[in-house]
Design a protein around this ligand. Structure first.
Ligand SMILES: NC(=O)c1ccc[n+]([C@@H]2O[C@H](COP(=O)([O-])OP(=O)(O)OC[C@H]3O[C@@H](n4cnc5c(N)ncnc54)[C@H](O)[C@@H]3O)[C@@H](O)[C@H]2O)c1
Length: 266
């Protein structure tokens, strides 16, 4: 177990959605290493349980929960489970997300709705249900949404995804304004390109649309636009997650912090 260096972080009860793999798993694992009690939550029951089990095996306090963030009752159940299992909810990470790519003119309402439902509505439910619990505890709290560089600038080949991440930027600001009086902060962080399975979906879509001809081409093209020269590994978001979950970030709310190696300047 590493020594906790973030103010007030140790012992916090955290929920991370989309924690079966990728960025969410990286964040949840790091929080457990820092001494938080962590609920790993995801649609993928077996994978999310094995992620939590790995955190427990490394000496952390962790449990898993099967959640579908597009269902309010499922998100409410997750929050209730955190409170029952570890006694409270201090920090909610609304991280679960999906992507979709195609030519702008081919974007179908079915795919637009699907991406909006997970990335947009899922974040709204996560903020609302976590906030209700934090308000009832009277403790304040922190809500951290996983945004994207696509929530700050837009691209033609995955317009639905970009729109859904602009929703995350917007809900982060509305949530911050609505919840400050309850001592709840709402922030987001925005990865640029992280080497997770989500890129397999984007590249499969791009190949189907004839935009790229081999796997890895899209990632390489995006990496050319990253000042620091490469995409991040999923575990490289732990520091920003710990900071935003800790008292060190108490005076930040309504913000989106770019963590993209220098892709998008605001
Ligand atoms: N990888 C990147 O380059 C990148 C860049 C910017 C932003 N992001 C964002 O980071 C977040 C995590 O992405 P990732 O790259 O780790 O992707 P990933 O596909 O590796 O992981 C996403 C996880 O979310 C889960 N999930 C999907 N729909 C869900 C639902 N309805 N309910 C509960 N869980 C659900 C999946 O099962 C999966 O485990 C997403 O919000 C994504 O948009 C990723």
């Amino acid at each position: 177990m590493t020594q906790a260096g973030y103010k007030g972080l140790k012992g916090k009860v955290c929920v991370v959605t989309g924690a079966a793999q990728g960025i969410g798993r990286g964040i949840a694992t790091r929080l457990a290493q820092e001494g938080c009690s962590v609920i790993f939550a995801d649609l993928k029951t077996a994978d999310v349980e094995s992620a939590a089990e790995a955190a427990r095996a490394a000496g952390g306090r962790a449990a898993s929960f099967t959640v579908d963030v597009t269902e309010r009752s499922s998100v409410a159940g997750l929050v209730q489970y955190a409170a029952e299992t570890f006694g409270a909810l201090d920090v909610m990470f609304n991280n679960a997300g999906i992507t979709h790519g195609c030519d702008f003119l081919d974007l179908h309402e079915r795919d637009f709705d699907r991406v909006m439902r997970v990335n947009g509505l899922g974040v709204l439910f996560g903020i609302q249900e976590a906030a209700k619990q934090m308000i009832s505890q009277g403790t304040g709290g922190k809500i951290v949404n996983t945004n994207s560089q696509a929530g700050k600038t837009a691209w033609p080949d995955y317009a639905g995804y970009c729109a859904s991440k602009f929703v995350v930027s917007s809900l982060t600001q509305s949530g911050a304004r609505a919840l400050a009086k309850h001592r709840i902060t709402v922030n987001s962080f925005a990865p640029g390109l992280a080497r997770t399975p989500i890129w397999e979906v984007l590249e499969a879509d791009a190949m189907a649309a004839g935009q790229i001809h081999e796997r890895g081409e899209m990632v390489k093209e995006f990496e050319k636009g990253i000042l620091l020269g490469r995409g991040q590994e999923p575990g490289e978001f732990g520091g920003i997650a710990c900071y935003l979950a800790s008292e060190d970030s108490d005076w930040i709310t309504g913000q989106t912090i770019m963590i993209d190696g220098g892709m998008v300047f605001l």
